[in-house]
Design a protein around this ligand. Structure first.
Ligand code: UDX
Length: 451
């Protein structure tokens, strides 16, 4: 099939590459000429496991092309995917400017039947707005061309995006047009494993499904973070509680890990946008508001622990920070708890020696050569002379370090673990003061805390 994808961010690039991988003829369009040049050289702007191979292979086979030429893009595909960004507006609602601009461009150039597919995460009712924009564009040209607008939200996880796309748990197709639905069914049939993964529904339900999924996952995390805070105060261990409740299949083990707060490009933005949608229809989304508030508070958890340990004296101290991306296997730092932590440490007059397996370039791009930040090229180097180690992302590399050797490098054996990676008893035996999330603190004295 001939497919055009507008937007070469995470969603657009993965979608385009994976459609090409199963034999489709794909053109990806982006307004960013620099990005298109890079992609045409086989240089992938983001780190995503497996993506480079798929892009390069399909580009060389001629099934995947990149261009800034919008008109050529519109002419190419019978299926026109909109996968551009929807950043949050001031009030938390999704900014549809880019989506509607693409809709206008499609209307400007289309001459035959097109299926316009909303792939970006967009609020309920966006398909109608896309339709209005296309109708306006066609009317301005004084032509009538048949087309359909379909909602086909993406559920990919960063760090596993290619796999998620190639082996989806479900593909949601929201369409009121039988011809468009059939085309999407054929398009996605190569991705059905064992049984049909396609779930068809009306457009608005499909739009809401995406937000519902992310809001539910974010709720699970905030719930566990809330329980971790209660566990702290009643002297329980949230890790035991997690295992205890996860064994109930109605609850399950997935997505109940307490931590330093959820980040990334989706959860914070989507919870806010869904709350905004609710307000717009005169409904007060109490649970969603709480999910967000709990998460905001959680992003201060590790910093508060650090401040308590050092009795508020952070000025002039230095902290090793392991893990900067919002989660492992990505270099994405959007809404990363590590960012918030470093900013709090700097405000308190402390400095940071930071290491991440993939996000060093991104950290440099965001924070530059600022005072109080030393970018280190190994986890060990980050520890050198630091008053404590702080772990913000659970990269595998951090799971089993040499604690004895680490103690030699650190100024004091203190670990603040925002991801509950280690066994508190084991670390206590080694003489570490170990602060995790929602777990009893094993602090032999208060090493390093005296002025
Ligand atoms: C998420 C959804 O999982 C995906 O389906 C959707 O399409 C986009 O949003 P992503 O943003 O890539 O994907 O990250 P995800 O793996 O879901 O993690 C989000 C955040 O939640 C991370 O900061 C992670 O550390 C945190 N998290 C996750 C927890 O704190 N605890 C958990 O148990 C799980």
């Amino acid at each position: 099939m001939r497919i055009t994808i507008f937007g070469t961010g995470y969603v657009g690039l993965v979608t385009g590459a994976c459609f090409a991988e199963v034999g489709n003829d794909v053109v990806c369009v982006d307004v960013d000429g620099g990005k298109i040049d890079r992609l045409n050289r086989g240089d992938i702007p983001i780190y995503e496991p497996g993506l480079e191979g798929v892009v390069v292979r399909n580009r060389e086979a001629g099934r995947l092309r990149f261009t800034t030429d919008t008109a050529a893009g519109v002419h190419h595909g019978q299926l026109q995917f909109i996968a551009v960004g929807t950043p949050p507006d001031e009030d938390g609602s999704a900014d549809l400017r880019h989506v509607l601009t693409v809709a206008g461009s499609i209307a400007e150039h289309m001459t035959d039947y097109k299926v316009i597919v909303d792939k970006s995460t967009v609020p309920v009712g966006t398909a109608d707005r896309v339709r209005e924009a296309v109708d306006r564009g066609l009317a301005a040209r004084g032509v009538t061309v048949d087309y359909a607008v379909v909602s086909n939200p993406e559920f990919l996880k960063e760090g596993a995006a290619v796999d998620d796309f190639m082996k989806p748990e479900r593909v949601i197709i929201g369409s009121d047009d039988a011809r468009a639905r059939d085309l999407l069914h054929s398009l996605y049939s190569p991705f059905n494993r064992n049984h049909d993964r396609l779930i068809s529904m009306d457009v608005r339900s499909a739009e809401l499904t995406k937000y519902a999924a992310n809001a539910m996952l974010a709720t699970k995390i905030s719930f566990m973070n809330e329980l971790a805070n209660i566990a702290d105060r009643v002297g329980a261990d949230i890790e035991r509680v997690r295992i205890g409740i996860g064994s109930d299949p109605r609850i399950g083990y997935h997505f109940i890990y307490p931590g330093a707060g959820y980040g990334g490009s989706c959860f914070p933005k989507d919870v806010q946008a869904l709350a905004r949608t609710a307000h717009d229809v005169d409904y007060v989304p109490q649970l969603l508001q709480a999910v967000e508030e709990v998460n905001d508070r959680q992003k201060h958890y590790v910093f508060n622990r650090i401040r308590e340990h050092f009795a508020g004296h952070l000025s002039g101290r230095c902290f090793a920070v392991w893990g900067l991306s919002f989660k492992p296997n990505t270099d994405d730092m959007r809404e990363a708890p590590a960012g918030r932590l470093m900013e709090s440490l700097w405000e308190a007059g402390a400095s940071v020696r930071a290491f991440d397996p993939k996000a060093m370039a991104e950290t440099r791009a965001i924070y530059g050569e600022r005072e109080g930040l030393v970018l280190c090229d190994s986890p060990e180097a980050a520890l050198e002379g630091a008053d404590a180690l702080v772990i913000m992302t659970e990269w595998n590399l951090f799971r089993s370090p040499d604690f004895e050797a680490m103690r030699e490098r650190l100024a004091a054996p203190v670990i603040f673990d925002g991801r509950n990676l280690y066994d508190p008893d084991y670390l206590a035996d080694l003489g570490y003061a170990y602060y995790a999330i929602g777990r009893p603190v094993q602090a032999p004295g208060n090493p390093g805390a005296t002025e």
